[in-house]
Design a protein around this ligand. Structure first.
Ligand code: ADP
Length: 208
């Protein structure tokens, strides 16, 4: 995954070097391809560093976290990138809270709602349902987007797995988002499950 963009960058840089008289338009196309590959590598490296960082959560980073407030913050951040998205947050208990690494839980929710927006025809409709029982907190994120084919569902949390690589890359994805979410959830001794139907939408459920 890291080698491909490097090969692309080297190939195009050499083409520019070896052909100084290329028409300006072609030079422009080549440089934008180089910039796109650099952006892709930057996104990949950022996600890989995040994955490495999650491996050890010091207990000092754990604190009481109000999941409703956290979801509201995630919604605001999502709306900056997807201003038309419709996000409803519903809490089934007066308070839904738990001890967690807030930054990581925020990252997990952000990755899921960003995917919900990325893989929906705009305007995305996203429903977040929060619940708490004496045993667990559940965070359920549902979209009415493109859905995930049944055959892909068992691999969807694997590193670098994408259903449609071209679509994912166009949306700036690295294929690491869901593996980051799963790692975060498991570091909190939780589980994540997926229900999805092609063309109808997807629901990701985190239990902590
Ligand atoms: P990416 O960076 O490609 O978005 P992810 O690990 O976050 O990587 O997701 C892996 C793949 O799962 C995506 O490429 C996409 O095909 C699929 N996917 C994830 N979330 C959704 C969703 N809410 N609706 C439809 N497909 C999804």
């Amino acid at each position: 995954e890291l080698k491909t963009p490097i090969t692309v960058i080297r190939g195009f840089a050499e083409a520019l070097h070896d052909n100084p008289d290329l028409p300006a338009e072609m030079q422009g196309e080549i440089t934008s391809k180089i910039v796109r590959s650099c952006n892709r590598m930057t996104a990949l490296i950022k996600d890989l560093l995040t994955l490495a960082d999650i491996e050890n959560i010091p207990s000092s980073r754990l604190s009481l976290c109000d999941v409703y407030d956290l979801s509201e913050r995630c919604k605001s951040m999502l709306l900056e990138a997807f201003p038309n998205a419709q996000v409803i947050i519903e809490k089934r208990q007066e308070e839904v809270s738990l001890i967690a690494d807030i930054d990581l839980l925020e990252l997990a929710i952000m990755n899921l709602i960003e995917n919900a927006a990325k893989y929906s025809t705009p305007p995305a409709q996203i429903h977040i349902i929060l619940d708490e029982t004496p045993q667990e907190v559940t965070i359920q994120i549902t979209d009415k987007g493109i859905g995930i084919p049944a055959a892909d569902q068992e691999h969807i949390f694997d590193r670098f797995y994408t259903v449609d690589k071209a679509h994912s890359q166009k949306m700036g994805g690295s294929g690491l988002g869901l593996s980051i979410v799963k790692t975060i959830v498991e570091k909190h001794f939780g589980t994540i499950t997926l229900q999805s139907e092609l063309g109808k939408g997807s629901t990701f459920t985190i239990r902590l």
